[in-house]
Design a protein around this ligand. Sequence first.
Ligand SMILES: Cc1ncc(COP(=O)(O)OP(=O)(O)O)c(N)n1
Ligand SMILES: Cc1ncsc1CCOP(=O)(O)O
Length: 548
Amino acid sequence: MAMLAVQKLRPVRHPPVQGPFQKSTRPNAQFVRMAASESATSDTMPISVKVPRVLTVAGSDSGGGAGIQADMKTCAALGVFCTTAITALTAQNTIGVQGIYPVPAKFLEKQLKSVLSDIGADVVKTGMLPSAECIETLCSVLDLFPIRAVVVDPVMVATSGDELAGAGILDALGKKLLPRTDILTPNMPEASQLLGGASVTNFEEMKKAAVEIHKMGPRYVLIKGGHLSGSDDMVDILYDGSEMHEYHGSRVETRNTHGTGCSLASAIAAELAKGSQMRQAVQAAKEYVKETIQRSSKLTIGGGSQGPLNHLHRLNHWERLGQSHFKPESLLLYAVTDSSMNERWGRSTSEAVKEVIEGGATIVQIREKEAESGDFLQEAEASLKVAREYGIPLVINDRLDIALACDADGVHLGQSDLPVSRARAILGPNKIIGVSCKTPEQAQRAWEEGADYIGSGGVYPTNTKQNNKTIGVEGLRKVCESSPLPVVAIGGIKDHNVQEVMASPRPKQLRGVAVVSGLFNQPDVAVAAKHFRAILAEALDESYSRAF
Ligand SMILES: Cc1ncc(COP(=O)(O)OP(=O)(O)O)c(N)n1
Ligand SMILES: Cc1ncsc1CCOP(=O)(O)O
């Protein structure tokens, strides 16, 4: 049995840091300790590890981008343990703030005391403080515990423009909190509000504002110049009462900036908690936020104008998602091979694949119902080589083992094949998984299990697949409307009925047609593919013009 190494807790002895400590009437409770297992108790590893701690006193953002949620993720990313005292719940998303539910001051006090009496905090960071009462409560609790620094982000207006704290807090902020603040981090509109509406719109006014706000009590004032207009150069100013320090950066073009202010203040708090001096902490925090914005710029979360950041980008979770070979547009002309048809016309599968791609196929599936595994693999490898030369995705019908063996771009599965969820677990997030669906229930399941697209049919009767139920154009539409997944129509699709399949009004999920005999049971595959592309172009154009 592994024994846990236990060491007696001692009251905190804070290392001396520059700047005022918060006054304390009571010794702090404890270290945050991680009990180390036996394997970690070598000569070089301490048996008790003191973890830097930040307490964030802020509002909850249900959208996960700002507030408490941003603070916790920032601290986690920077190696700091983050506790919370929630001042308000907000119903919020990437569009804006739909509601605010302030937490009663008495319950805020309970949270603060609960955390500080047990876990303690090296640094307290504040965000949304919705009322004067809440500020007074916070300050009276701060008097009771030793805190090394207080970082105040004077959150008043959300990035969406919604008000989070009214002018009613300014008096309490100025009288109670700012005199005990180590660093205050207003943006330009907040700086203006703190100064009773003074103009803070350019660099010179930012400097003047920093001097004026410094007189209100904070040791450092960091005015964020993100709102400076007419310049790609973004400047923040840090004023310590005698010197102005400038931090220059360049603007990153992205909608994903929601929670940037909370994240910067939390990053400063985290760096201070780890032992940095103020200027170092601001520098490191700015670098972290800059890198975070850059690494978040392509994320698609929510439909509003303010997307969140990827605080934990160093874990690289979402970068890999972006590497999928699949784009719904590639379903436009989906070529499904048939070696018996190709043999009849005197060509190998890989030759047919080359011709169909040259004619305009946008994705290829190798479908072999009779072939031995070794032959299937050889055919797949030769075809994949061709498809890669043209940058066209290639998937394997039914056989996950063949797809894995040749490292194809994915598989197409039928309802009687391996379940999509199992295939996804084996193939990982980046491979394409398509699944055949005839019913709305199957389509819904495909979506839930992680498929990339649906193949739906047979739309028309076909000789290529025996005993295959025909669902018609109506059945195809029902499948399209049952999940957000892109759909490709299949079954008996020929040049004379493509128009009908793709006719307007077309469900937005329907992205193209999958064809076997219409492409491969033809004397010239490239000509057949070109012909399909021309009809598709016309069908799409026509529905485009009808929509206007
Ligand atoms: C794009 C596309 N859609 C549907 C099918 C049919 O797949 P499945 O139901 O697995 O039937 P078989 O192709 O295995 O006979 C498909 N192959 N491709
Ligand atoms: C594989 C498949 N799945 C449903 S119909 C079908 C065959 C489509 O072939 P064709 O395009 O020749 O009708």
